[in-house]
Design a protein around this ligand. Structure first.
Ligand code: 5GP
Length: 204
C-alpha cells in the first residue's frame, strides 16, 4: 500500500480523552481528517451511526473480515472495531492526511502494512486520573470500567512502539502539541521535495 497523504495512528487507554483530542485537532489543522471506524458495539445514548462510528452487527463485521474489507481490525472488550480499507486508501491516495484513533493491536497492523505511519500515544496524567475520568463518563457498568482499567495497564506498556507521546492533562495544550507533531511531520525534508525543486530552480 502506498499513499500521498500522511497516516497518523493515535492510541491511548480508554478514558484518556483521545477522541476529544483528535476531534479538536482536525478542527485546527487544515487538510487533516478523522477516520470513522466500524464497530459491532451498540451505540451509547449520545452516539450517532455514521458520525461517531459506523455501527454494524457482529455478522456483518465478520462478513467484512472474511472479504478483507478492513485495513486493520481488533476485538476490544468483546466487541469488534475496524478501519475500512477502501475508504482509507482512497482518502490517502487523494493526498489527504488521516488520523486513525485505534487501539494498540490495530496500530501494529497498520504499521506493518504502511511503515511510514506516524504513531502518537496519548498518556493520561496518572492511573488515578484515568480511573476518575472513566467513572465520570460512567456510561459503562462497573465490570466494564474494571475491564478498561485492567486493559489500560497493558496498553500503556505499548508506549515504546510509538514515535511520539503527548500527555492529556490540559486539553488545549495536548491538542496544540499534537498539531505540532502533524506540522513537523509534514515539513520533513523528504516530504518537501516537490516544494523544494521549483525554489531551487530560481537559484540557478
Ligand atoms: P470505545 O468503545 O470506548 O469507543 O472504544 C474502545 C477502544 O476501541 C478504544 O481503545 C479505541 O481506540 C478502540 N477503537 C476504536 N475504533 C477502532 C478501530 O477502528 N480499530 C481498532 N483496532 N480499535 C479501535
Amino acid at each position: 500500500m502506498s499513499s500521498k497523504g500522511l497516516l497518523f495512528v493515535v492510541s491511548a487507554p480508554s478514558g484518556t480523552g483521545k477522541t476529544t483530542v483528535c476531534e479538536e485537532l482536525v478542527k485546527i489543522v487544515p487538510g487533516l481528517e478523522l477516520s470513522r471506524s466500524y464497530t459491532s458495539r451498540p451505540p451509547r445514548s449520545n452516539e450517532k451511526d455514521g458520525v461517531d462510528y459506523n455501527f454494524i452487527s457482529r455478522e456483518d463485521f465478520e462478513q467484512r473480515i472474511f472479504h478483507g474489507d478492513f485495513l486493520e481490525h481488533a476485538d476490544v472488550f468483546g466487541n469488534y472495531y475496524g478501519t475500512g480499507r477502501a475508504e482509507t486508501e482512497a482518502r490517502l491516495a487523494s493526498g489527504r492526511d488521516l488520523v486513525l484513533v485505534i487501539d494498540v493491536q490495530g496500530a501494529r497492523q497498520v504499521r506493518s502494512q504502511l511503515p511510514s505511519t506516524v504513531g502518537v500515544f496519548v498518556m493520561p496524567p496518572s492511573f488515578a486520573v484515568l480511573e476518575r475520568r472513566l467513572r465520570q463518563r460512567s456510561a459503562d457498568p462497573e465490570p466494564a470500567i474494571q475491564r478498561r482499567l485492567a486493559a489500560a495497564r497493558d496498553e500503556v506498556s505499548a508506549v515504546m512502539e510509538y514515535e511520539y507521546v503527548v500527555i492529556n492533562d490540559v486539553l488545549g495544550r495536548c491538542v496544540n502539541e499534537l498539531a505540532g507533531i502533524v506540522l513537523a511531520e509534514r515539513a520533513r525534508r523528504h516530504r518537501r521535495d516537490h516544494d523544494i525543486a521549483p525554489i531551487m530552480k530560481t537559484f540557478e
